[in-house]
Design a protein around this ligand. Structure first.
Ligand code: HEM
Length: 550
């Protein structure tokens, strides 16, 4: 028997079995391997692909390192799945904007599917339910609709400044209260005058449980191995957490909706988002479940994000006293010391606007965006972004590209006075691509953040008021030495959320402080329609604070 024939078994059945098992083995070996048509990326390992080096936290640093090495569109293999990361304005524009109908889907997310019954606009697939929810949110959060909510937004910002005045040590929580209260008022028609307000605390606790549950490693990889969802609850503690959270969320959001209904029945409606949703529920074709989770999604997507931006801005301003000085000079000239800046002032404050853009650039809130999914192949740069691939936009990587921005790690708002997009001189400002740089932090294409107008109001009003009224500096120890700030001390979440830190926030003068107190007192009428459901403790709190102002 020759060596060659000895390798083949005698029976044709055995030969067939051998061929099939070899084909299966080969297929398995190919799993994890980068297909030829894919954009380049780091080397893969059989079966695993890039799973071992795939970053689950602060992914933007690793994505950027790979982009500089392999190009602005890279691919990563997670077993047989493909992840695409875009790190240029041109690729984002082409793939997310030009092909927006193909890239409007989201990756499967079993946990949120089970938690919300597939009704949460942020997570659900691109399809009929999403279209209904999106149309509703788009209409309710249009620039015009948002302009009608300005009085409560401005009033809440006035309380924020008042809170800084009264109790600057809790500055971090004041931002969280503010962001929550604005969104609770605009969406559900009831405000949270204290951080400790039960409505605020309930939401904070539910959001914490949720973000712990979705943290990588907390639950088995349900989307990768769907069979895991059938493991009985006694062996899968995540199922109990999820069940309890679903119950808590439904009680919470259901309660808010009931209170809106009662307000409407009494004829005391305050024009909040949910009131309008309920009034037009049939027209929008919203089921009760869809309406419930519409309100939920707004609160969940709209509170932490705005607070994180403002906390980041505060840290950056403390770290850059010269930027504060320059902004204050502009505010003194345009607004003066006898009133706080109003939304209508922002257009006359180019340097403050530059500061706001520079904070977005150096510290985008959602550094790698929220992933989209392609539902068909897309050709780009000689490669294919395949159907079903998960696509991230590496916003941080674009904003920190030294080919676009000079010294990108330097906080320098002046770059926006020299070029409307903050770009190096040679890029000019005429290319239509650059417009995308303006609002990158809010995402792209059909899934772009519908809350952008509320968020922009919050950001511009509060950054300008903070600079107008306060001197921000590092806190000092007892021995007089300054406590240094750590720019990279972030919470392990998907947003750029700083951990709380000590700092000093002092009114610029007694004159500024008096204006804040006066305007807070004058804001009482704007608060009232949103205080109908306050608990006894909260009622007592607002009564006492207002009495003290007289
Ligand atoms: C600084 C504040 C905010 C930032 C940075 C931000 C950022 C984002 C980003 C990056 C996305 C994903 C976009 C994409 O998939 O391409 C998003 C989606 C979303 N945001 Fe915001 N957001 C902010 C404030 C708000 C506010 C105030 C609201 C509500 C009033 C809101 C409601 C939503 C909703 C409902 C979605 C889901 C849209 C969808 O999937 O169709 N956001 N946001």
């Amino acid at each position: 028997m020759s060596l060659v024939t000895s390798l083949f078994p005698a029976s044709p059945w055995a030969l067939g079995a051998l061929l099939i098992s070899s084909a299966i083995a080969l297929k398995f070996l190919l799993i994890g391997r980068r297909e030829k048509f894919l954009p380049p990326g780091p080397p893969t390992k059989p079966l695993l692909g890039n799973i071992l080096e795939f970053p689950t936290q602060v992914a933007h640093f690793k994505y950027t390192e790979w982009a500089r090495k392999y190009g602005d569109v890279i691919s990563l293999k997670i077993a047989s799945g493909t992840i695409i990361v875009l790190t240029s304005v041109q690729s984002i524009r082409e793939i997310f904007e030009k092909h927006n109908a193909i890239t409007a889907d989201r990756p499967p997310h079993e946990l949120t599917e089970q938690l919300t019954g597939g009704n949460h606009i942020l997570f659900i697939h691109y399809g009929p339910t999403w279209k209904i929810l999106r149309r509703t949110s788009y209409e309710m959060l249009s620039p015009y609709a948002v302009s009608l909510t300005l009085p409560i937004q401005v009033a809440e910002s006035t309380q924020l400044m008042f809170d800084f005045l009264q109790d600057p040590t809790d500055w971090y929580d004041h931002y969280s209260r503010y962001a929550l209260s604005v969104i609770m008022s605009v969406v559900h028609g009831q405000r949270c005058p204290r951080y400790a307000t039960p409505r605020a605390q309930n939401l904070i606790i539910n959001l914490k449980t949720f973000s712990q549950l979705v943290r990588p490693g907390e639950t088995p990889p349900l989307d990768l191995i769907p069979a895991l969802k059938y493991v009985p609850e006694r062996f899968a503690s995540w199922k109990t957490t999820l069940k309890n959270l679903r119950k808590a969320q439904r009680e919470y959001y259901g309660g808010l909706m009931e209170e809106t209904k009662k307000r409407m029945e009494r004829g005391d409606g305050n024009g909040c988002f949910m009131q309008k949703v309920l009034e037009r529920q049939e027209e929008f074709k919203l089921t009760d479940e869809m309406a419930l989770y519409m309100g939920a999604a707004m609160l969940e997507a709209g509170s932490d994000t705005s607070a994180s931006y403002l906390q980041n801005a505060t840290q950056l301003l403390i770290m850059h006293p010269k930027v504060q000085e320059k902004a204050k000079e502009e505010l003194d000239r345009v607004v003066g010391p006898d009133r706080m800046p109003q939304p209508s002032d922002i257009k006359n404050l180019p340097y403050v606007q530059a500061v706001i853009k520079e904070v977005h650039r150096i510290r985008p809130v959602v550094t790698t965006g929220v992933p989209h999914v392609a539902n068909a192949d897309i050709k780009y740069g000689g490669h294919t972004v395949p159907k079903d691939s998960i696509i991230f936009a590496n916003i941080w990587g674009v904003y920190n590209d030294e080919n676009l921005f000079s010294n990108p790690s330097e906080f320098n708002p002046d770059r926006y006075l020299e070029n409307p997009y903050g770009l190096k001189k040679e890029h000019g400002s005429s290319s239509k691509d650059w417009g995308l740089l303006d609002d990158m932090d809010f995402g792209f294409g059909r899934r772009k953040c519908p809350g952008i107008h509320i968020a922009k109001n919050s950001i511009s009003l509060n950054v300008s008021r903070l600079l107008w009224g306060f001197d921000l500096s590092k806190a000092k120890r007892e021995d007089g030495t300054e406590i240094e700030l750590d720019f990279h001390d972030l919470e392990p979440t998907v947003t750029s959320t700083l951990r709380p830190f000590k700092c000093s926030i002092k009114p610029r003068s007694e004159r500024h402080a008096a204006v804040i107190r006066r305007e807070f007192h004058e804001a009482t009428a704007a608060f009232m329609p949103f205080e109908q459901e306050l608990t006894g403790t909260d009622k007592e709190y607002v009564r006492r604070v207002r009495e003290d102002l007289i």
